[in-house]
Design a protein around this ligand. Sequence first.
Ligand code: AMP
Length: 197
Amino acid sequence: MRLILLGPPGAGKGTQSSRLVKKYSIPQLSTGDMLRAAVAAGTPIGLKAKAVMDAGGLVSDEIVLGIIADRIDEPDAAKGFILDGFPRTVKQAEGLDRLLADKGLSLDAVVELKVNEAELLGRIEKRVKETLAAGGSVRADDNPEAFKTRLHAYREMTAPVSAYYAERGELKTVDGMARIESVSAAIDDAIAAAQNV
Ligand code: AMP
């Protein structure tokens, strides 16, 4: 199962990815997580990416495609993977197509979580409160200023990625504002429908 989850920050991609990881026993490949790990480890990529990430901008396509190319070659990704937070630009989507084509692979489903943008900031604020209450540390880019930049980047750069897959008839759209269980069920239906095409 090779799956892409699309949707703006705060749409619930992380929550749904964790569920799908268990359901299909495949890894979640989150470029955001991988980049945060690179920042924490102080690698050359992390050093380059940190300021852009903290401000809520997008890291270069070249860096992100390099990370994904290496990651999908790992043995645990052989059975499939869930891409979370990637591709975020049409260039990345095209790069992914090339990476998969070179290996004779294709995508099984591209699912977009549609949300009401006005409610997203509230969701992020809730995520910050819950994380702090649980004694966790909050992401540097989970603040209103960076969040606005992330949302802007999504509208400008990532919304066209949905169009890219929609034009090929590969995009399934799910209402991400529904209750979590309903979103889960709708995603499962969308995946089943994509596989029966
Ligand atoms: P996320 O955890 O997916 O919200 O990503 C956190 C941050 O990492 C984003 O705001 C970007 O700065 C960077 N990032 C993650 N994935 C990508 C990507 N596919 N392309 C460019 N930048 C990314």
